[in-house]
Design a protein around this ligand. Structure first.
Ligand code: PLP
Length: 468
C-alpha cells in the first residue's frame, strides 16, 4: 500500500504473468508434462488446458484513472497496444506488438448515440462485419509471430456462422498456417455461406451434411487423434485465451470515448459463449468502472436463471433463436466466470464448487430476451431514434431497457454484427433493405465451391491426411 504509483507499476511490469487452468482445484490425476501453469505462448497453441479446463491469466494488471483517461481520442490500435502489452510483454517485444496492432486494426468502433447518455458501439467495421474480427485479426498475427519458424500449424474451426469467416479471413495468406473450417451445410444463412465460401487461399471450407454439433464432434475427434499429430492442430474458438485478451481492449476504448471524467458506466453485451462479455469483466478488474455488466441472452436463459436461483442448469439442446450466434445452452466461458468468482464448473456444466453468487449479483445483471421482444426492439429503436439494429444487438439494447429504468446513467450497448448480415429479418420487420457492409458488397462475385463431406469421421480424417 505504501508504494507510490510509479514504483507499483514497475513492480507489476516485472511480474511475469503465467496462465493456469480453471480446473486446477479438481482432483484430476497428474497429467504428464503439465505443471499447472504455462506461458501465454503455450496457452495460445494448446487452446484448452490438458485437464480440460480453460486458461486464465494468473494476475490482472491494473490501470490508474489517469492512465485510463489518457487513452481518450487515441487511435484504436494504440489503445490495443497499451492494453495488450500488459499481458504479452514477456512473450513479444513492444516494437513487434505495436506493429501487429497497427497492422490488425485498420478499422475502429463508431459510437452512435441512441438517446440521452445511451450509446451504441458498432463492432461491425472489420473485414467480416462481426465483433469476432477484433480478436481474430490479432490472434492470427500472434500465432504467426510466436510459432517456431519451421512449424506448420493447422487451425480447425467448427462454426455455426460468424466465427468461421472471421478466423478464415484473419489467417488468409499467412504462410505455414492452414485453416480448415467445418460448417453445417443446411444451418448457416445464405449470407454466411457466401462469406465462408469466398475465403479460399490457405483456408479450406467443408460443408458437412449434418448439424453444428456434428461439426464440433468431428473437430473434437480430430484433436484427439494421434495419427493427425503431424498437423499440429489448434483451436481458434473462444476457449482459446488468445481470443479473449483482445476483447478486453474495446471496453476501455468505448468507455473513454463517451466520458470526460471517471464515472460508472453500464455495459450491455449480447452473449452466447460469454467470451465477449468476459473481456468486460476482466476490464472491470483492471480498473474500468463497469456498473454493472449486463449479460444479455436470447431464449437460452441458463445464466439469468442461475443468477436468480443460484442453481446452474444448462439448456440442452440449445434453443434456436433469431440471434443465431447466441444459440448456446452451456457457455464455454462460464468456467472462467465461475473461476473469477471463486467457483469451479466443468465443460459439461457440472458445478464442483459454487461461486460467490452474492458478489456476482452485485456486479452482473442478466436477462433473457425472447425473439418477439428482439423484433419489437428492432422496430422501436428504429422508429423512435432512427438507429438500425440487427437481432444480436437488439437483445443487448432490450436487456439494457430492462435494467435502465432503475438508474439513470451513461450506458454503452454493443452491436456485434452489421445489420446487412440479416437482411431477411430487417426487411420483414421494417420493410427496408440495409445497405451492405463494404466487405460484403461484392460477395456474389467471389464464390469458391466448398468441399461437400458426409457426416463421417473417417472421410474427414482422410481429407486431413491428404494435407501431408
Ligand atoms: C459470436 C457472436 C455473439 C456471441 O458472442 P460470445 O462471445 O460467444 O458471447 C454475439 N453476436 C454475434 C453477432 C456473434 O457473432
Amino acid at each position: 500500500m505504501w508504494l507510490c504509483g510509479k514504483r507499483k507499476k514497475e513492480m507489476e511490469l516485472s511480474n511475469k504473468i503465467l496462465y493456469y487452468s480453471t480446473n486446477r482445484d479438481l482432483n484430476t490425476e497428474e497429467i504428464k508434462g503439465f505443471k499447472g501453469e504455462v506461458t501465454f505462448k503455450e496457452a495460445l497453441f494448446m487452446g484448452q488446458a490438458p485437464d480440460n479446463g480453460l486458461f486464465m491469466p494468473g494476475s490482472l494488471p491494473e490501470l490508474y484513472k489517469e492512465e485510463i483517461l489518457s487513452l481518450k481520442g487515441r487511435p484504436y490500435y494504440e489503445v490495443a497496444f497499451e492494453i495488450l502489452r500488459k499481458y504479452l510483454k514477456d512473450d513479444i517485444s513492444d516494437e513487434k506488438l505495436k506493429e501487429i496492432c497497427r497492422d490488425a486494426y485498420t478499422f475502429s468502433i463508431p459510437l452512435e448515440k441512441i438517446t440521452g447518455e445511451i450509446y451504441l458501439a458498432r463492432m461491425d467495421q472489420g473485414p467480416t462485419a462481426s465483433f469476432k474480427d477484433f480478436a481474430a485479426q490479432v490472434m492470427s498475427r500472434l500465432m504467426e509471430e510466436l510459432k517456431e519458424e519451421t512449424q506448420e500449424i493447422t487451425v480447425l474451426v467448427a462454426t455455426s456462422g460468424d466465427t468461421g469467416s472471421a478466423i478464415g479471413t484473419a489467417y488468409k495468406g499467412l504462410e505455414s498456417i492452414k485453416v480448415c473450417i467445418l460448417y453445417p451445410e443446411l444451418e448457416v444463412s445464405e449470407g454466411q455461406r457466401k462469406q465462408l465460401n469466398a475465403i479460399g487461399d490457405n483456408t479450406s471450407t467443408l460443408a458437412i451434411d449434418g448439424k453444428f454439433d456434428d461439426c464440433q464432434r468431428l473437430v473434437k475427434q480430430a484433436f484427439g487423434d494421434p495419427e493427425l499429430k503431424f498437423l499440429n492442430l489448434t483451436s481458434a474458438n473462444s476457449i482459446n485465451i488468445g481470443r479473449i485478451l483482445p476483447q478486453i481492449v474495446y471496453y476501455f476504448y468505448s468507455y473513454v470515448n463517451v466520458v470526460d471524467e471517471i464515472l460508472p458506466v453500464i455495459f450491455s453485451v449480447p452473449s452466447g459463449n460469454f467470451g465477449n462479455s468476459l473481456g468486460c469483466e476482466i476490464a472491470r478488474r483492471m480498473g474500468l468502472p463497469v456498473e454493472p455488466l449486463i449479460i444479455a441472452t436470447n431464449e437460452n436463459d441458463e445464466f439469468p436463471k442461475f443468477l436468480e436461483s443460484g442453481v446452474y442448469d444448462k439448456v440442452d439442446p440449445s434453443r434456436k433463436c433469431l440471434s443465431n450466434a447466441m444459440n448456446v445452452g452451456n457457455p464455454s466461458n462460464l468456467a472462467r466466470y465461475f473461476d473469477l468468482y471463486g467457483g469451479t464448473v466443468d465443460k459439461e456444466g457440472n458445478v464442483h464448487k459454487k461461486p460467490d453468487v452474492t458478489l456476482m449479483r452485485k456486479n452482473l445483471y442478466s436477462v433473457s430476451i425472447s425473439d418477439e421482444e428482439t423484433v419489437e426492439t428492432i422496430k422501436e429503436i428504429f422508429e423512435k431514434f432512427n438507429v438500425l439494429l440487427e437481432p444480436h444487438g437488439a437483445v443487448g439494447v432490450a436487456a439494457l431497457m430492462h435494467h435502465y429504468g432503475k438508474i439513470n446513467k451513461t450506458a454503452i450497448c454493443f452491436e456485434t454484427a452489421h445489420p446487412s448480415k440479416f437482411p431477411e429479418i430487417i426487411k420483414e420487420t421494417l420493410n427496408i433493405t440495409p445497405k451492405p457492409h463494404p466487405s460484403l458488397a461484392d460477395i456474389d462475385k467471389r464464390v469458391i465451391e466448398p468441399e461437400h463431406l458426409p457426416n463421417d469421421y473417417q472421410t474427414f480424417k482422410n481429407y486431413l491426411l491428404s494435407f501431408k
